[in-house]
Design a protein around this ligand. Structure first.
Ligand code: AHR
Length: 342
């Protein structure tokens, strides 16, 4: 028989602050009622993970991190559901997990909207929802906590890196034409990075975004989108390509290679992306990529800490838990490439 802890999640959510990510709450985390997962009799914690899909190398690293953390030997039964890049499928997955009466739901949403009803249902059934990676547009008291990246800050870091680079190169007064490849619409990773980038870019009257297109965080779509952009814009007019993840940059690079356009520190176009995957490090070392702003996919231990605190009846201090991230570029990549595990 699985251990039965008395935790009253419905009461718990009433005690959480609703005023935003940075707010820490001093109230005690109330107990949650633990139910037996439907038809399951064991000592394990039954955890449903709703993943976005398999759109990127970042996503693979993130999924593997959960699969390696929430294992039977550590007391967990992880039910992994691939959202297959479909927000509707993700909502349905949450409803299925509620029916299965899992102990916790880890939600990694594709988009922020459309969650109200499903999260309400989880609340009614007393199943704690922990949101990770991107965020959801639902009252904050309805989920236990969120953990992930400060996407807006990532966008600002990209601009800061570009400013410093141009000053070092003595190019700060030049007019700069920027092509921006964005992630999927409605995702916090897209809206945050895009706002951070645009807010930074508008401080420079000589910087211009000449094309801004969605490529859904995938390499294939980015290659197609970049090929289309190159039919409308002369390569000599492009000074910078910013892709909101590494995979989209790899796709854009393929499109540029096909047209024999040189890019990266060894070429003509400045290239900046996000995630800092191992493959991005290789491209920084080989002189194809200028910089990659890290987005840390290793979120499982942060989620596990939240779950374990709830299991121990401890107070969860805070609502949002930001993960630490760095900036890497072609100058420091060789020092760090060996540390990269994904
Ligand atoms: O939400 C995180 C973003 O989603 C990563 O930057 C991207 O690679 C992923 O698909």
């Amino acid at each position: 028989m699985k251990k039965i802890l008395l935790i009253n999640f419905c009461l718990a959510i009433l005690f959480f602050g609703i005023t935003g990510c940075a707010v820490k709450t001093e109230e005690e985390t109330p107990e949650i009622v633990r139910r037996q997962a439907a038809g399951v009799e064991d000592e394990l914690l039954h955890i449903g993970l709703i993943q976005t899909g398999k759109e990127s190398g970042w996503r693979d690293a993130n999924t593997n991190d959960y699969l390696n953390t929430f294992i039977k030997e550590r007391g967990y039964d992880l039910i992994y559901i691939d959202g297959n890049s479909s927000p509707e499928r993700q909502v349905k997955a949450m409803q299925d997990l509620i029916q299965q009466k899992v102990d916790y739901i880890i939600l990694q949403p594709i988009v922020e909207t459309g969650w109200e009803e499903a999260v309400n249902q989880a609340n009614e059934e007393g199943i704690p929802v922990i949101v990770a990676d991107r965020q959801i547009a639902v009252d904050k008291e309805k989920y236990v906590a969120w953990t992930g990246s400060d996407f807006y800050e990532e966008g600002r870091k990209a601009v800061d890196w570009l400013e410093t680079y141009l000053i070092e190169e003595g190019r700060q007064k030049e007019d700069l034409n920027i092509v921006l490849l964005e992630g999927n619409k409605g995702a916090t990773a897209t809206t945050g990075r895009t706002s951070g980038l645009r807010d930074g870019i508008k401080n420079h009257s000589n910087w211009n975004i000449i094309a801004s297109e969605c490529a859904n965080f995938t390499q294939g779509e980015a290659q197609t989108v970049m090929e289309q952009i190159l039919t409308k814009v002369y390569p000599s007019e492009i000074d910078v390509v910013i892709a909101e993840n590494d995979n989209m940059m790899f796709g854009a690079m393929k499109a540029m290679e096909r047209k024999e356009i040189s890019f990266g520190p060894e070429g003509d176009i400045i290239t900046i992306s996000f995630d800092a995957l191992g493959d991005a490090f290789s491209k920084m070392v080989s002189g194809e990529l200028h910089a990659s702003i890290e987005c840390n996919p290793l979120l499982a231990s942060s989620v596990e800490n939240i779950i374990q605190d709830l299991e121990d009846g401890k107070q969860i201090k805070g609502k949002c838990f930001y993960i630490e991230e760095n900036v890497y570029d072609y100058k420091n990549a060789s020092q760090h490439i060996k540390e990269r595990t994904y």
